[in-house]
Design a protein around this ligand. Structure first.
Ligand SMILES: O=C/C=C/C(C(=O)O)=C(/O)C(=O)O
Ligand SMILES: [Fe+2]
Length: 296
């Protein structure tokens, strides 16, 4: 069993670099760090150097990064994954530098999502300078796509310390690796990919201020503002360039009594199953409501 310490970063390829960076900064509000690498933009949201890297090139997610607590844990994880039949590669110095980690390994999960495990992630002491007042406080969770969500749960819970917090039918599994209700989610989709990347905001008002700001700037709102009955968080999903879905949310549940928590099963056909406020998509029946963007 590999002990994930935390979520670390998302690395995503973008064909139109300038547009994607403009959106991540001036619209989402992330801070642009000086990467020192042409064609790579590091976006900061919290005490770490960055949570999102945009890399000029082929459009689409490159990897989802998680941190391990020690170098020994990384070495052990490498052997453990190889023992389980995964082809593991070790990042070289330049690649580790670009991720602002000391060392990392990478492998494809059983569904084709590239996962990276790192240790020695860089912390920045000075406060974050958000590009606009979006109220972002931290990288909250990442959501991956997989064709079989139960199978994905078996993978995450048997390979890592991920525990299910709640299910939404066979369409979504929300998993925790610490007290936060979920830091990893898997949504059902035909292909692997990044369903969305979540940023927590400081207060409820930020969700609504951001909503008005996004609408004013012509950004496509995919769902929300609404409230998820699972984590209790008030959410807003919106679409960035190149089909990258961002989520702001506030008020995620913390599971402090680990022994007492029992995962709940929500029926996606039931009204309000993913939005207690019954916003537009919450009123459509059946699982497609879990698909945030319409298939191309
Ligand atoms: O489909 C349900 C989604 C639930 C939540 C939540 O409870 O906060 C998410 O954030 C999500 O994974 O988008
Ligand atoms: Fe989410």
């Amino acid at each position: 069993m590999i002990e994930l310490e935390d979520i670390g970063y998302v690395r995503s390829g973008v064909a139109d670099f300038a547009t994607a960076v403009h959106f991540a900064t001036d619209i989402v509000g992330l801070e642009l760090m000086d990467s020192g690498e042409p064609g790579v933009a590091h976006l900061r949201s919290d005490s770490h150097h960055h949570s999102l890297s945009l890399v000029e090139g082929v459009s689409g997610v490159i990897a989802s990064g998680f941190t391990l607590a020690t170098e020994d844990a990384l070495v052990a994880a490498e052997s453990e994954l190889e023992r389980r039949g995964f082809r593991v590669t070790r990042g070289d110095e330049k690649e580790a530098r670009s991720r602002r980690v000391a060392e990392f390994i990478g492998f494809d999960d059983p569904f084709g999502n590239r996962i990276e495990l790192a240790f020695g992630r860089q912390t920045i002491s000075r406060p974050v300078r958000l590009s606009r007042g979006s109220g972002i406080t931290e990288f909250g969770h990442l959501c991956l796509d997989a064709p079989d969500v139960r199978e994905a749960y078996r993978f995450w819970s048997s390979t890592f310390n991920a525990r299910v917090s709640d299910w939404v039918g066979d369409g979504a599994c929300l998993m925790r690796i610490d007290e936060v209700h979920h830091k990893i989610a898997v949504f059902q989709a035909d292909e692997p990919g990044m369903c969305h990347m979540n940023f927590q905001v400081a207060e409820l008002d930020d969700v609504f201020r951001n909503w008005h700001f996004l609408v004013e700037h012509g950004v496509e709102i995919e769902m929300g503002p609404g409230r998820h009955p699972q984590s209790g968080a008030i959410f807003l999903y919106f679409l960035g360039p190149e089909n990258f879905t961002y989520e702001y949310s506030f008020g995620v549940r913390r599971i402090t009594d680990e022994a007492a928590w029992r995962p709940r099963f929500f029926d996606p056909d039931e009204i309000g199953a993913i939005d207690m406020w019954l916003g537009p998509k919450a009123r459509t029946v059946s699982q497609p409501q879990l698909r945030l963007s319409d298939p191309a």
